[in-house]
Design a protein around this ligand. Structure first.
Ligand code: GLC
Length: 404
């Protein structure tokens, strides 16, 4: 109690008196590793007039996107700042829910960030999001088992079959549940087969032969080199299997590296990372992910909000998030930072993957486009629809969404 009173007095708040601090609120997934706790406490100590409230929501990006959208569409002013997936920016900006940040975020400062992350915050020439963490999909593999890292889809299946011992050790785990992670995993397979959702002219090409080949390959994984349960996996289910030594390969994001190397991990020092495999003659592709901050149009505290946004995206906080949560920084300089390099000997390879990562379609209706893909890919994966029929349906929906 004494300590609590001490803290309150320190904050200039005596018992019984209302807390007059400006409150800044945002939504994110639960703060399991404690990164937010540490960073928010530090910010509040340096800014005694501001209190930051993290509303802990579900782990799926789609669900949090819907929660923010529902609040904004209803004119609800709960949130002052928006912790945004790169794929939300176009929709949120087009709806007029965000403040442009161009005046606050000068060119000299922008140059310090990875180009894809920065680009992902721009909509129709204006900047709405400051990147905090970068992300790109990649393959983790058991280097103690696999002698030659695979390059092609065929190599991957062959190596997985050779080393797996189902049901205790499966060949390949990935995000197979019907949600955004499935779109990310599918896109890497699609791009690696030379396919795409839209071509350079903006035409929908998701029902072309390359795409059918990609989805056919993907559906063939289930119960061959992937457990049936993979169709219910998000990132964490895949990560747990791999970390507990129950998978030879895993498609996931870079945050897993820190966790799979922890002292109690069954695969510590047995893990390698490589770019996603591809078809002969095609190139590997990684889906660009990543998170950053925007400020809501309706906030009554844009200056306080900006103070927080510039504080959390600074190098020091990005390092905290890395060491606590395994998050990948969005500032280029941190890829040459001695502390970061010491902890991450694999960073030169990771940096290359990040620089080459491809964005998902940038469109205000992206959530609808993604819905169509999720639903069709999922139906094919669980055997409810054939790959060609599933893609025909998704392509048709996307053409209607885009009015083509
Ligand atoms: C990661 C990525 C994000 C992506 C999500 C899918 O959080 O950073 O961009 O949408 O995974 O689950």
């Amino acid at each position: 109690m004494k300590r609590l009173i001490g803290i309150l007095l320190l904050l200039g708040v005596s018992c019984g008196e209302p807390d007059t601090r400006t409150v800044l609120r945002f939504l994110d997934r639960p703060d399991r590793a404690g990164g937010w706790d540490e960073v928010i406490a530090k910010f509040e100590a340096a800014n005694p007039n501001i209190r930051v409230e993290l509303v802990e929501g579900p782990s799926s990006t789609n669900t949090r996107e819907e929660m923010y959208s529902t609040a904004f569409a209803a004119g609800d002013t709960t949130y002052d700042i928006v912790y945004m997936d790169v794929i939300w920016v176009s929709k949120f900006a087009a709806k007029g829910w965000l403040l442009p940040l161009d005046d606050r975020f000068p060119a000299a400062e922008r140059e310090k960030f990875l180009p894809g992350d920065l680009q992902g915050g721009i909509y129709e020439g204006k900047l709405y999001r400051v990147p905090l963490r970068s992300d790109a999909g990649m393959l983790y593999y058991r280097k103690d088992l696999v002698e030659n890292a695979p390059e092609t889809f065929e190599d991957l299946v062959e190596a997985a079959k050779k080393h797996q011992k189902p049901p205790d050790l499966w060949g390949f785990v990935f995000q197979g549940q019907q949600y955004e992670g499935l779109v990310c995993a599918f896109l890497e397979i699609l791009w690696g087969h030379g396919g795409d959702i839209l071509n350079d002219k903006g035409e929908v090409v998701l029902d072309r032969p390359e795409a059918i080949q990609a989805l056919t390959w993907m559906t063939g994984l289930v119960e061959t080199i992937s457990p049936e349960a993979v169709t219910t996996y998000q990132e964490e289910e895949a990560r747990r299997d791999f970390q507990e030594g129950r998978a030879v390969f895993m498609r996931n994001w870079p945050y897993c590296w820190k966790l799979v190397q922890e002292a109690d991990s069954a695969v510590r020092d047995k893990v390698g990372i490589i770019p996603m495999v591809h078809s002969p003659g095609q190139k590997s592709a990684a889906t660009l992910g990543g998170w950053g901050f925007g400020i809501t149009k309706t906030t009554k505290h844009p200056d306080a909000a900006w103070k927080f946004v510039s504080f959390v995206t600074a190098a020091e906080q990005q390092k905290t998030f890395h060491f606590k949560n395994g998050d990948i920084p969005s500032r280029r300089a941190l890829f040459e930072d001695p502390d970061m390099l010491k902890a991450n000997p694999h960073w030169p390879q990771l940096y290359k993957v990040l620089l080459a990562a491809k964005p998902r379609p940038v469109h205000p209706k992206y959530p609808q486009i993604a819905d169509a893909i999720q639903s069709s890919v999922s139906k094919a994966l669980i055997g409810q629809q054939k790959p060609d029929e599933a893609l025909k349906e998704a392509a048709g929906k996307i053409r209607r969404i885009l009015g083509r």
